[in-house]
Design a protein around this ligand. Structure first.
Ligand SMILES: [Zn+2]
Length: 349
């Protein structure tokens, strides 16, 4: 089968690989579509970040070179003898999160996690063999193409949940990349009264408007804190930080209302400065969000299947696996108007 295999930064090769042997509790799926995620791009540009290189990942027991791709939908091709939840021909979406599974769902992820497609072979391949627990049935009316957008959408739904978001509330979103834009859709789908998006790319702000942002603010031209006072006088109930720099974290704090919640969803791995007195004076709470709980994954599938979240709007391009480096990774690096690029594997609808 074909697979896009990560060897090292700037070295992802589309090559022939053997389909792994099926174990009794495993399912072989024929991949339909796989989305390119910011984390795939990070691995391509300056990895390894999550990809295990020197020693096997404790959860997956695998090391690079490995096949990337964690946002994918598929059709069941073959099932191991102990598999009971799916059968050949079922259309499925994959929850790529790998945990130890020893704790309650809301604690489980904090016990250590990795992903199919980052810690072990993933969905930029014709076939993937995986444990049946990773599969969710795709409801009638939901296309395989939409199925490939469940994973990043679930990240946004979880982030809003961590912010205790309720219908009727106001939401600020810093960063109009894929997660920021999907947060706009998730907030709108769940009844946000006002959504304001901040970015420095006009193309991305344009997209945010298209997807349902009430207002967009170009932070390069206008001071977010000053503008927000005019747009949402008291500040936001929930502010999602998906831009990932010191300035936006502080802007998020200063545009959140008293006792409101800032949720950091961007992966900031360097120290940044904030002033605790800003929190003491406002009661603003800073929290974070990581991946998604199983219930949030199911809820996200429902939000998309019922038409409340029209995730197709976030797709800007479809490409073939052979062109994943030039038309995928390189295009996302250079062109800010690209949001979600889908890689066609079987291309089934
Ligand atoms: Zn992702």
């Amino acid at each position: 089968m074909r697979a896009a295999v990560w060897y090292k930064a700037k070295d992802v090769r589309v090559e022939e690989r053997e389909v792994p042997e099926l174990q009794t509790n495993e399912v072989k799926v024929r991949v339909a579509w796989t989305g390119i995620c910011g984390s795939d791009l990070h691995e391509y540009l300056h990895g390894p970040l999550t990809v295990p290189v020197d020693e096997p990942d404790p959860l997956t027991k695998q090391t690079a070179p490995l096949t990337l791709g964690h946002e994918f939908s598929a059709v069941v091709e073959e099932t191991g003898v102990n598999v009971s939840r799916v059968k050949k021909g079922d259309r499925v979406v994959i929850n790529p999160l790998i945990t130890y599974g020893n704790k309650d769902p809301h604690l489980d992820i904090y016990d250590g996690f990795n992903f199919i497609g980052l810690g072990r072979d993933g969905g930029f391949a014709d076939y993937v063999v995986l444990d049946e627990k990773h599969l969710y049935m795709l409801p009638e009316g939901l296309t395989l193409e939409e199925g490939a957008l469940v994973e990043p959408s679930a990240v946004s739904v979880q982030a809003l949940k961590e912010g205790n978001f309720q219908a009727g509330q106001t939401v600020g979103v810093y960063g109009a990349g894929p997660i920021g834009l999907l947060t706009v859709l998730a907030a709108k789908a769940q009844g946000a009264s006002t959504i304001v998006v901040y970015d420095i790319s006009e193309a991305r702000l344009e997209k945010a408007k298209e997807l349902g942002a009430t207002y967009v603010v170009n932070s390069a031209d206008q001071d977010p804190v000053e503008v927000t006072k005019e747009l949402v006088a008291e500040g936001f109930d929930v502010t999602i930080e998906a831009a990932g720099v010191e300035a936006t974290v502080n802007q998020a704090i200063h545009t959140t209302k008293k006792r409101g919640i800032v949720v950091i969803v961007s992966l900031i791995s360097n120290p940044i400065k904030i002033t605790p007195m800003d929190l003491i004076g406002s009661g603003v709470v800073i929290t974070s969000s990581a991946a998604y709980e199983p219930d949030v994954y199911k809820k996200t599938i429902d939000l998309i299947a019922t038409g409340k979240m029209d995730v197709k709007q976030a797709v800007t391009k479809h490409i073939s696996l052979e062109n994943i480096v030039t038309e995928g990774f390189e295009a996302l690096t250079k062109d800010k108007s690209e949001v979600k690029i889908l890689v066609e594997l079987s291309g089934e609808k």
